[in-house]
Design a protein around this ligand. Structure first.
Ligand code: XIL
Length: 348
């Protein structure tokens, strides 16, 4: 029996539509992947359910560009090849991010910070090399990721990029990207986008880019949410804020944690139990239904929704924000079977 038949023969949701079928008139439904997901039962599930993939780590600055004159293309190539071979779109993630950036990027041979010109030249080279390699195969890129802080007055996170170059590193990154692939859809991507303060800052950042005619086409709401947030009104406010600026919105890293949302890593406490109660499951199902009802309501504006990981068997939330606390944030369970939440997403 083929792997895909095994997957579905053993569950009682055989008659369900798949995600990609259910949303064919709305937007591609994607999933974040590592090379290890591209063979065996996970690969079958991906091909059956999704029509977009995003490399979970393989295209980030550190993993793909570990030394100035060395790229590590292997993992990214494998992911792009899987997409191309199977007719699955590929989203690029991410060209400029303070996190998972290699130390060499910011320092000279003596370990001192480089100046603005050097850092801009490195950024341009990096974006050029990565985008050229995958030109025509990646339809959308997260150009700049998480440039806005959650707290404080400033619009811009005090990252090395900001401190060495200044706020126009963001503009430059978009310009470099557009010059390489004018067809690619270019996104600013961030989390906690339904916080009133953070949404307002992202609005200001994006507004400045738009006013200067910088080539930006959309805003990525990462969508690292929980069963307690966001409310439908908060989500709609985010979507409308960016739609009103003529931008597309994609939900780029969707998961619905069963725990209260925290965005900073912390140690595990005595009270942190790995549990998935019936109540959590019900709440999660209702929350997923509300989220997808809302995404469909903004058909035309919401142009993509990507889950961050394949199934509850393993997700990045098992180790973040609390190392060793298992989470259950996705639509497929630990045996890859569709959960109750799946039903509310595909039946409408
Ligand atoms: C996460 C990956 O899932 C982990 O494997 C890695 O250890 C850390 O990064 N925001 C982003 C993603 O934009 O790139 C992050 O991915 C999750 C938060």
């Amino acid at each position: 029996m083929a792997a895909s038949a095994t997957l579905f023969a053993s569950n009682d949701l055989l008659a369900q539509k798949t995600l990609r079928e259910a949303y064919k008139d709305y937007f591609p439904v994607g999933v974040a992947v590592a090379p290890r997901n591209l063979s065996g039962p996970e690969a079958e599930l991906i091909k059956q359910q999704f029509n977009s993939i995003t490399p979970e780590n393989a295209m980030k600055m550190g993993p793909i560009h570990p030394e100035e004159n060395r790229y590590n293309w292997q993992d990214a190539d494998a992911i792009v090849d899987f997409g191309v071979t199977n007719g699955i779109k590929v989203r690029g993630h991410t060209l400029c991010w303070h996190s998972q950036a290699p130390r060499w990027f910011f320092t000279d041979s003596e370990g001192k910070d480089v100046n603005r010109e050097v850092l801009l030249a490195r950024l341009k080279q990096h974006i050029t090399d990565v985008m050229t390699r995958y030109k025509g195969k990646i339809y959308a890129w997260d150009v700049v990721n998480e440039a806005v802080p959650d707290t404080g007055k400033g619009i811009y996170r005090e990252s090395k990029f900001y401190k060495i170059i200044g706020e126009d590193y963001i503009q430059k990154a978009f310009e470099y990207a557009h010059a390489i692939d004018p067809e690619a859809k270019l996104f600013y991507n961030d989390y906690n986008t339904e916080s009133t303060a953070k949404r307002a800052k992202i609005y200001q950042l994006v507004k400045k880019l738009k006013d200067k005619n910088v080539p930006i086409h959309g805003v990525g709401l990462q969508g690292h949410w929980s069963i307690y947030e966001p409310s439908q009104a908060e989500l709609e406010k985010s979507i409308k804020t960016f739609a009103d600026m003529g931008l597309a919105v994609q939900v780029t890293e969707l998961d619905v944690s069963v725990y209260a949302k925290e965005h900073e890593r912390r140690a595990k406490k005595e009270t942190d139990k790995s549990v998935y109660t019936d109540e959590m499951m019900e709440k999660q199902s209702a929350h997923y239904k509300m989220l997808f009802d809302t995404f469909r309501k903004y058909k035309g504006t919401v142009t993509g929704v990507t889950f961050w990981n394949v199934s509850d068997r393993s997700s990045w939330l098992d180790n973040f924000p609390v190392p060793g606390r298992k989470d259950y944030p996705l639509l497929f369970d630990e045996s890859y079977k569709p959960k109750r939440a799946f039903e509310g997403v595909v039946n409408f």
